[in-house]
Design a protein around this ligand. Structure first.
Ligand SMILES: [Ca+2]
Ligand SMILES: [Ca+2]
Length: 359
C-alpha cells in the first residue's frame, strides 16, 4: 500500500514536471515574432500560418535562391498553387494549403531559374503550366503533373514579331530573357523586362501536339512614355477579361493594354515601390513589391480592392520573417471563410503562407 502511494506520488510529480516543461516550450514558441505578429489594415490583416519548413526538404535546400512566382488553379473544385525552385523543380501546394509536394520535373527545367508561373487551359479545357526561363532563354510549358510538352526558344533572325524594334533586336542577336508569361485566346504574351528589348512578345499556340510559334504582335519598349516600361517585369490577365496588365517595376506602375497591345491606362502604385507582378482574385488584387517607398522599412505586399489600396502587409517588419527583405511574388487565395497570402522573397529567397486575421 505504502509502495503504491509512493509510486502514485512519483507519477503525479512526473506529470507536473511534464506540464511545466510543455508550458515553457509553448510560451517560447508564442513569444517569437513570427508566431504573434499581425500585419495589414482593415479586413485584410494577416499572420503567419506556414513558413519555409512547410516545403518539401529538397525545396528547403535551395530556397535561398528563390526567384520566381506562383500560379493558382482557380478552376472550380481545384485550388492548387504551383511554382518552381532552381535545383528542386516544380512544387504543388494543395488547395487546403496543408501540404506541398515536388512534381517530377524535366532536368532542363529543374536546373534553371523559372522566373514566374502561369496556368491556362487549351481549347479542349486541358490545363497547362507555362514558365519563363530567364536563364535558359526559353518559355517552358508542362502538363499539371510537370511533364514538359513544349519549349519556345529565342526568336530567330528574320522572324516578323510585328514591330521593327523587336525584329532588329533579334536580327542583331539580342538575347531573349523572358520574365513572365500569360495566355489568352491561343496566344502566349511574354515580358522581356531583364533585356534591353523590354517588349511584350507573343507566340501563337497550336494543339495536339502542343506547339508555339512566334507571332507578329509586340508592344511596350523601354521608356517612360505611356505604355512603355523601365522594366516590364510581370504580366497578368485579370480573370474573365481580355486585358493585359504589365508590372513596370522601376516606375511603380501597372500598365494596361488591350490584347492587341493598344495602351489603355496606368494603375499607379505607391511612389518608390517596385511592383514585380499583379495577381487578381475577384475585386481584389495583390502586388508583391521588391522594395517599398522606404527600402529600410522592408518590402510590402499591397492589397487592392477595385484598384484602391486597402492594406499594406509587411512580412519582415510586422511578422518577423527576417528573410523577407524583398518580395518577388505574392498571390491571394480564398479557402473556407478566410483569405490567405502565399508569398516568396528574393535575395535571400524565402517562402511563407499568411492567414487572414478575422477576429
Ligand atoms: Ca510604364
Ligand atoms: Ca503574372
Amino acid at each position: 500500500m505504502k509502495r503504491f502511494t509512493i509510486s502514485a506520488l512519483f507519477v503525479v510529480l512526473l506529470a507536473i514536471a511534464w506540464i511545466f516543461s510543455h508550458g515553457a516550450l509553448s510560451s517560447a514558441a508564442q513569444s517569437s515574432p513570427a508566431a504573434s505578429g499581425v500585419s495589414g489594415q482593415g479586413k485584410m490583416k494577416f499572420r503567419v500560418l506556414y513558413t519555409a519548413t512547410h516545403l518539401p526538404p529538397e525545396a528547403q535546400k535551395v530556397l535561398t535562391g528563390a526567384h520566381g512566382g506562383f500560379a493558382v488553379d482557380v478552376r472550380p473544385g481545384k485550388g492548387e498553387t504551383y511554382f518552381s525552385l532552381k535545383g528542386a523543380g516544380i512544387i504543388q501546394i494543395s488547395s487546403d494549403l496543408k501540404s506541398t509536394r515536388l512534381l517530377d520535373t524535366a532536368s532542363e527545367m529543374k536546373d534553371t531559374n523559372l522566373h514566374n508561373t502561369t496556368i491556362w487551359s487549351g481549347p479542349d479545357a486541358t490545363p497547362y503550366l507555362s514558365f519563363p526561363g530567364n536563364q535558359a532563354a526559353a518559355v517552358f510549358t508542362t502538363t499539371l503533373d510537370g511533364k514538359l510538352v513544349n519549349t519556345l526558344h529565342t526568336p530567330e533572325a528574320g522572324i516578323d514579331l510585328g514591330d521593327p524594334a523587336a525584329n532588329d533586336y533579334f536580327a542583331g542577336r539580342g538575347n531573349f530573357v523572358p520574365t513572365d508569361v500569360e495566355q489568352l485566346d491561343g496566344l502566349l504574351y511574354i515580358t522581356t523586362g531583364y533585356s534591353n528589348l523590354d517588349f511584350v512578345l507573343t507566340a501563337r499556340l497550336s494543339f495536339h501536339p502542343l506547339n508555339a510559334v512566334w507571332h507578329d504582335l509586340a508592344f511596350g519598349g523601354r521608356g517612360t512614355g505611356p505604355g512603355q516600361f523601365g522594366t516590364g517585369h510581370g504580366i497578368t490577365i485579370p480573370p474573365g477579361t481580355k486585358r493585359i496588365d504589365v508590372a513596370d517595376r522601376p516606375n511603380a506602375e501597372i500598365d494596361r493594354f488591350t490584347r492587341y497591345g493598344r495602351y489603355l491606362s496606368t494603375l499607379k502604385m505607391p511612389l518608390g515601390s517596385l511592383p514585380c507582378d499583379i495577381y487578381y482574385l475577384g475585386n481584389y488584387a495583390v502586388v508583391g513589391s521588391l522594395d517599398g517607398p522606404d527600402p529600410s522599412k522592408g518590402a510590402p505586399i499591397y492589397i487592392l480592392e477595385n484598384d484602391k489600396l486597402i492594406s499594406t502587409v509587411m512580412p519582415k517588419e510586422d511578422l518577423g520573417l527576417e528573410n523577407f527583405k524583398h518580395i518577388h511574388n505574392a498571390v491571394l487565395r480564398q479557402y473556407g471563410n478566410k483569405f490567405y497570402l502565399i508569398a516568396q522573397a528574393w535575395n535571400p529567397g524565402d517562402f511563407a503562407i499568411l492567414e487572414q486575421v478575422t477576429d
